[in-house]
Design a protein. Structure first.
Length: 110
């Protein structure tokens, strides 16, 4: 799946997602450092890409406002980038780009 990692999403997790077969473009590689979330969402949508981010509150708000997009994955920070990437990969299984927003939470500690 085509993914667009916003500026706060960790590069090691991007590398893991790429290893899992996803085509991931980062905001930094796309020349969009310090770009407002609605602009990032629009850019990703123009590319047919799903946004992946830690910035839950802002992207949920933009989603609720009815902004067009190709999907949003709201992730919880995790010390294990490979676990984070695996959870995102699993959440994307069977999905196609579309106007959806999904949360990918870190498992609760025992």
């Amino acid at each position: 799946m085509l993914l667009y990692a916003d500026e706060d999403f960790p590069h090691p997790a991007v590398d893991e997602l790429r290893r899992l077969g996803h085509d991931v473009l980062t905001a930094q590689d796309d020349g969009h450092r310090q770009t407002p979330d609605p602009v990032i969402l629009a850019r990703a949508h123009s590319l047919g890409s799903v946004v992946i981010t830690y910035n839950r509150r802002h992207y949920e708000r933009v989603h609720r406002q009815g902004t067009d997009h190709s999907g949003i994955v709201l992730a919880t920070k995790d010390d294990s980038f490979s676990s984070l990437a695996a959870r995102i990969h699993a959440a994307l299984a069977g999905r196609t780009p579309g106007r959806w927003c999904v949360r990918v939470n870190r498992p609760q500690s025992p």
